[in-house]
Design a protein around this ligand. Structure first.
Ligand code: HEC
Ligand code: HEC
Length: 221
């Protein structure tokens, strides 16, 4: 079973490398506003309602995309399109995309500067923050996601992601509902009780010092 899963991951990786290897040339008319190939406009029309005009979503269960890496975004759009990551809304969106669109939207997402979480209504609970930090160290989250959890390449930025989304997606990795395109997360979370997953989500969503130096660009709204 392990071997089958590994072969599966390799097949996906190969497909993705094929996608990523092609140069991200601008497809649209020259001078099309807001991003190569007009994907900025398409994002505003098709994605912003859920993910936010600046890439910081206000919608429960919907991840912030601002500051996310192109290679990570393309892997996830690919998984949604192929039905290997289960979410009705996103699979419906991704099924309309050809390979050029996968690249175009992912390259556009990577141009959105990270947007910090809105200030919490109540100050973070100090004990819970310490617990989350200790868990992140113990389980080596920083080894892959970076000291400031900003990720890179195929590893996602998770710092100050929405807490409800982190909670949901960590539980889904842990239960196998979200298999991922590598087994990295399943392995990293193996044996961690749900209460600890929730403490990790609490901590990561409020990660201090993760506010980006670049202020969010005004995005016409
Ligand atoms: C109806 C609301 C909705 C719309 C419209 C939508 N999304 Fe999503 N998107 C979601 C939700 C909800 C998730 C999280 C799904 C899950 O939990 O697995 C998601 C996840 C994603 C992810 C993975 C992010 C991550 O951190 O793993 C990417 C990339 C993405 N969407 C891109 C897009 C793009 C590009 C568009 C427009 C072409 C779009 N989405 C339109 C709701 C939406
Ligand atoms: C061995 C490297 C590795 C380790 C260790 C690791 N991660 Fe990950 N993480 C990844 C990769 C790669 C992905 C992309 C998942 C995929 O689709 O396969 C990911 C995805 C995620 C996501 C989903 C983000 C999103 O936007 O959907 C979260 C949340 C996350 N990791 C949190 C953690 C936490 C918390 C820990 C520590 C308990 C951790 N990770 C440890 C490599 C790692």
């Amino acid at each position: 079973m392990r071997r089958a899963a590994a072969a599966h991951a390799i097949a996906i990786a190969a497909a993705l490398l094929g996608l990523a290897a092609q140069p991200a040339v601008a497809q649209g008319k020259p001078g099309a506003p807001a991003g190569p190939g007009g994907y900025g406009q398409r994002y505003a029309a098709l994605c912003a309602a859920c993910h936010g005009a600046n890439g910081r979503s206000d919608m429960p269960g919907t991840p912030a995309l601002a500051g996310q890496h192109s290679f990570y975004a393309i892997t996830q759009l690919f998984l949604f399109r192929e039905g290997r990551r289960a979410n009705e809304a996103m699979s419906a969106v991704a099924k309309t995309m050809n390979d050029t669109d996968l690249r175009g939207f992912s390259d556009f997402i990577a141009t959105l500067p990270p947007v910090p979480a809105p200030p919490p209504a109540t100050p973070p609970d100090a004990a819970r923050m310490l617990r989350g930090q200790a868990l992140a160290q113990e389980h080596r989250c920083l080894n892959c996601h970076g000291a400031d959890l900003s990720g890179g390449q195929q590893v996602p930025r998770i710092a100050q992601q929405r807490e409800d989304y982190l909670q949901l997606t960590l539980r889904e990795f842990s239960s196998g509902k979200r298999p991922g395109y590598t087994q990295a997360m399943g392995a990293a979370l193996s044996g961690i009780p749900v209460a600890d997953l929730d403490s990790l989500a609490y901590y990561i969503a409020r990660l201090p010092g993760a506010a980006p130096s670049t202020p969010p660009k005004p995005s016409g709204k």
